[in-house]
Design a protein around this ligand. Structure first.
Ligand code: ZN
Ligand code: MN
Length: 254
């Protein structure tokens, strides 16, 4: 039995691993959010889980089941809340889930928790959940937490190779080349290449408005074009992220 996935292990095997190896536990976080007509609603969670599993295999880590519902989709980085299928939680809900996870993993004896975020909008609420969880545990707790966005592990050289015409930035990379290429690498059967739209890049003003302006967002939900996506780019991105993430985990938790 060689799985890295905690939810495929018995509690007995899990406890033995924690006690024997003190493995880092990776907790992916995603969202249920429209990703254009060509990618599934669960893309952010599928990708954060896949990247976490790749890194876990390299460092002898375990992957906890992901938190699958994210903070509310914002027009400028996820298209916004008006799309059917986008299903989001209030900040307090996400903060509470992370706070509970921090407390529970510490109770198991986990010493090293790595929260792997795949949904842009989650960032500060994950930070708050970690902060409150560690505050609950008090100063004597042995648990250390690392939080990251997986795309931050891409180097300039790889971005230049993947975007020969210039990188539009991670916010506009919603359902675009990085996510589509990664999905073609990890889950090709879930991608409808024939439905990739021609939209974008979206042109947003330098402010937000409430209620949000639907007309700012392309009807397809894609914020910049996914044309040019392919599995080879996905593999290049996946391997760089997994390798550099593994290196970071080992450096942080020697
Ligand atoms: Zn996404
Ligand atoms: Mn997202």
């Amino acid at each position: 039995m060689n799985t890295v996935f905690m939810n495929e292990m018995s509690w007995v095997d899990y406890q033995a691993r924690i006690e024997r190896d003190a493995p880092p536990v990776l907790l992916p976080v995603g969202a249920l959010e429209q990703h254009g007509p060509h990618l599934p609603l669960g893309t952010d969670g599928l990708l954060s889980t896949a990247v976490a599993a790749d890194a876990a295999r390299r460092v002898g880590g375990l992957v906890a089941p992901g938190l699958s519902y994210g903070y509310k989709s914002q027009p400028k980085c996820g298209g916004g809340q008006h799309f059917c299928g986008t299903t989001s939680v209030d900040a307090a809900t996400l903060i509470g889930s992370v706070r509970d996870a921090v407390r529970e993993f510490e109770r198991h004896g986990v010493k090293r928790l790595v929260i792997v975020n795949g949904h842009y909008e989650n960032q500060w609420f994950l930070t708050e959940g970690i902060d409150l969880g560690l505050r609950d545990l008090g100063a004597g707790a042995a648990l250390e937490v690392v939080r990251l966005e997986y795309w931050d592990f891409l180097t300039e050289a790889t971005l230049a190779a993947v975007f020969p015409d210039g990188f539009p930035g991670f916010a506009l990379e919603h359902a675009a080349v990085i996510e589509t290429s990664l999905m073609l690498h990890y889950h090709p059967n879930l991608v409808r290449v024939d439905l990739i739209p021609d939209d974008g890049p979206a042109d947003f003003p330098p402010y937000d408005a409430y209620p949000s302006r639907r007309h700012w967002v392309p009807l397809s939900g894609v914020l910049s074009s996914a044309r040019g996506s392919d599995a080879a780019k996905g593999r290049l991105i996946a391997e760089e992220v997994a390798q550099r993430l593994a290196t970071a985990i080992e450096a942080r938790f020697p």
